[in-house]
Design a protein around this ligand. Structure first.
Ligand code: ZN
Length: 110
């Protein structure tokens, strides 16, 4: 069973509020991987980018599925895929299993 944690998009230690506009559900691995970072490095360009904000940004603008792997459409997307290890072998294996169950790819939720 998957469990989720409340993630501060802008970390509370960095002045982020605990209002709902700054909170998102995240799995524990993503929450720990992001930690208190507000900027990431795009592995392809070396550019410093902000962390994806699921409250203010549209997922489809920054990410796309390529088979069972998640890819960035933008430096911001690519940086998050790399920083959170979103194409780890375990995660790709889970997507393969989810596909068998009709749950992958997920519906486009914006
Ligand atoms: Zn996660």
């Amino acid at each position: 069973m998957a469990t989720f944690e409340v993630e501060h998009v802008v970390p509370s230690g960095g002045g982020g509020s605990s209002e709902v506009e700054n909170l998102a559900w995240a799995c524990g691995r993503c929450n720990r991987s992001k930690s208190d970072r507000v900027e990431l490095t795009d592995p392809e360009t070396g550019a410093t980018v902000t962390v994806f904000d699921p409250r203010a940004m549209r997922w489809r603008d920054h990410f796309a599925w390529r088979g069972h792997e998640l890819v960035g459409r933008t430096p911001l997307g690519g940086a998050l895929v790399e920083a959170l290890g979103l194409n780890s072998a375990r995660r790709v294996a889970i997507r393969l299993d989810e596909q068998v169950l009709g749950r992958f790819p997920p519906p486009d939720d914006g």
